[in-house]
Design a protein around this ligand. Structure first.
Ligand SMILES: NC(=O)C1=CN([C@@H]2O[C@H](COP(=O)(O)OP(=O)(O)OC[C@H]3O[C@@H](n4cnc5c(N)ncnc54)[C@H](OP(=O)(O)O)[C@@H]3O)[C@@H](O)[C@H]2O)C=CC1
Ligand SMILES: Cc1cn([C@H]2C[C@H](O)[C@@H](COP(=O)(O)OP(=O)(O)O[C@H]3O[C@@H](C)C(=O)[C@@H](O)[C@H]3O)O2)c(=O)[nH]c1=O
Ligand SMILES: [Mg+2]
Length: 293
């Protein structure tokens, strides 16, 4: 199977390249060859790459910065996703579009289902939700895969931020009133490759549409930080305390959902895909990061 993915250095792209092994050939397309802000480059690059399945993993992911440049976030995450979907339709190739828990407002007190109403609270979430709509319009042969709180040994993510802050402090204040599902990018790669193989071979309509896919288990950002520092201590780093604070104590330009836990039951039922518990994958990630420094 030939899987063509947008972006070159992102967490999910890098993980797909690493996890492909014998299962798939992964071809990563990034700027300047494929620029989501340039429709012609998207079609030309995807056409020459000739994938069995296309994965749109490139995105504008700077949640706070998006509040200052919402038009740019829209161009990349909404219009750009639409260009990828239109190209996928033209090339008659199934598409997997990565999306986010930040499409929800976080007011529910249970994990979100695919059928729950969306209501993004920030510019990033709005741009990703519009991207979902553009994909569904242009390419019905698509899976919109909403995931969350991605971490990995690669790129920018909360685990690397905490390890950096912890190196120079004894205590870090982290919000304890936002709940979600930490998800390892390497686990996402395994899930995406399984879904891609099925999409290529199985035309069943029920396999298309919106699906939630996160690591098993839930956490607040403070719980997640505590687990990161515990894992780091097992690797020989000094102890770092987490001060459990509230969202009001940690003002940010973008408002984030208080509860963005995703119910992943639909993916388990229809695809038989369920990701490992975040704690299990976190230990492997921290060990890998700290043994290489
Ligand atoms: N990070 C997270 O916590 C979450 C992310 N998601 C979604 O999952 C997907 C993957 O996220 P993740 O791997 O963390 O993302 P990263 O931020 O790690 O990487 C984003 C990638 O997008 C590329 N990119 C940005 N703008 C453009 C553009 N105009 N044209 C082409 N490529 C571009 C970047 O390229 P370059 O390397 O050249 O900068 C980079 O490779 C995204 O769709 C994201 O919205 C969903 C939930 C959580
Ligand atoms: C660095 C830091 C953050 N925080 C808080 C701020 C915020 O509420 C929460 C997470 O902060 P971050 O900015 O790392 O995470 P954020 O950029 O909001 O992460 C999101 O990225 C996008 C791309 C997604 O799609 C989401 O699923 C989610 O992963 O932790 C603290 O409380 N203390 C700290 O020291
Ligand atoms: Mg961030």
């Amino acid at each position: 199977m030939r899987v063509v993915v947008t972006g070159r250095q992102g967490q999910v792209v890098t993980s797909l390249l690493e996890r492909a092994a014998e299962r798939a050939e992964v071809i990563a397309l990034g700027r300047p060859d494929l620029d989501l802000e340039d429709e012609k480059s998207v079609l030309a690059a995807l056409e020459s790459a000739k994938g069995d399945v296309i994965v749109n993993a490139a995105a504008y992911t700077a949640v706070d910065k998006a509040e200052q440049e919402p038009e740019k976030a829209m161009r990349v995450n909404a219009a750009g996703a639409g260009f990828v979907a239109a190209a996928a339709a033209t090339l008659n190739t199934p598409l997997i579009q990565l999306s986010t828990d930040y499409v929800f407002d976080g007011a529910l007190t249970r994990p979100y289902l695919e059928s729950d109403a969306t209501g993004p609270t920030g510019a990033y979430g709005r741009s990703k939700l519009e991207g979902e709509a553009r994909v569904q319009q242009a390419q019905p042969n698509a899976v919109i895969l909403r995931t969350a709180w991605i971490y990995s040994p690669f790129g920018a993510n909360f685990v690397r931020t905490m390890l950096r802050l912890g190196a120079s402090r004894d205590e870090v204040g982290v919000v304890a009133d936002q709940l979600g599902n930490p998800t390892a990018a390497l686990d996402i790669a395994d899930g995406v490759l399984a879904i891609a193989a099925r999409l290529r071979d199985d035309p069943t309509p029920e396999l298309r549409g919106v699906f939630h896919m996160t690591g098993a288990g839930e956490a607040s950002w403070a719980d997640f930080a505590e687990a990161i520092f515990a894992a780091a201590q097992r690797c020989g780093r000094k102890a770092v305390r987490v001060k459990r604070i509230t969202t009001a104590d940690y003002p940010t330009p973008a408002k984030r959902p208080a509860n963005s836990r995703l119910d992943c039951g639909k993916l388990a039922r229809l695809y038989g895909v369920a990701l490992p518990h975040w704690r299990q994958s976190l230990d492997a990630c921290v060990e890998r990061l700290l043994s290489s420094t």
